[in-house]
Design a protein around this ligand. Structure first.
Ligand SMILES: O=C(O)[C@H](O)[C@@H](O)[C@H](O)[C@H](O)COP(=O)(O)O
Length: 228
């Protein structure tokens, strides 16, 4: 695990976008295709805008989300809309977006059709970018949810989750899928997130803070990307 600190968010967005673009370009050179998994929330917005301008062959890149709120694209909470409107723009408009949200009215029971959609993505994921919540959740692996043990232990690709501390049913990649990545980045900004990172690093209980299952493992390299 590496902690990579930038002096401000502008610097972070520029350099982090450059790093992701290089990973994708190298994967395209090596395999003819690349996969990128991103997260929703507020943190990645300006980074998405920066990355969307990268000069790579986006037509060879498949993008999906680490988790989605089970709402339509027209809903303000839709991570899909966030990614389509901010990342799949400019040069990145040529990328293929693999939707996590399917037609089913509930996320519970929709796992098989989401898993089917995810077959369009090539694993291992070349770059996985995760966010982190104040409660130590990552993707939609919420410590408060009944599904947390399943999310951390299941061999399935994805899992439906009902958080109790956040709105909307979710669909989340399981820990197993998240770790099936060449490189993981935990992208967080601001002093309050740094406190959470420090707390996560100081303990071992993954059920208390699921982000620990990402930070405290040694199968997949993790960089924490942070700016004040
Ligand atoms: O759909 C989501 O909400 C996310 O994927 C979630 O895991 C997010 O990354 C964190 O909650 C951080 O969110 P912020 O960037 O808004 O702090």
């Amino acid at each position: 695990m590496q902690f990579v600190e930038f002096k401000n968010t502008d610097e972070l967005n520029l350099q982090f976008a450059d790093r992701i673009a290089k990973i994708l370009a190298n994967a395209i050179d090596a395999k003819g295709k690349a996969s990128l998994v991103v997260s929703g929330g507020r943190t990645p917005l300006p980074f998405f805008k920066q990355l969307s301008q990268a000069d790579i062959d986006w037509s060879k890149v498949s993008i999906t989300l680490a988790d989605e709120r089970w709402v339509d694209k027209s809903h303000e909470a839709s991570n899909t809309a966030l990614v389509l409107n901010n990342l799949l723009q400019n040069k990145a408009a040529d990328a293929t977006f693999v939707e996590l949200k399917t037609k089913e009215t509930s996320a519970f029971g929709a796992e098989p059709s989401v898993a089917e959609n995810l077959k369009a993505l090539s694993f291992p994921i070349d770059a996985l970018i995760l966010g982190m919540g104040e409660d130590g959740h990552t993707a939609s692996l919420f410590p408060c949810s009944e599904q947390i043990v399943q999310g951390l232990e299941s061999n399935e690709v994805c899992i439906a989750v009902q958080p109790t501390t956040a709105p909307h049913e979710r669909m989340s990649l399981t820990l197993k899928s998240l770790l099936n990545s060449e490189q993981i980045f935990v992208h967080s900004v601001g002093d309050s997130k740094k406190v959470i990172i420090d707390k996560a690093l100081a303990g071992d209980d993954v059920l208390e803070m699921p982000i620990r299952a990402i930070l405290k493992q040694d199968s997949t390299p993790v960089d924490i990307i942070w700016a004040p």
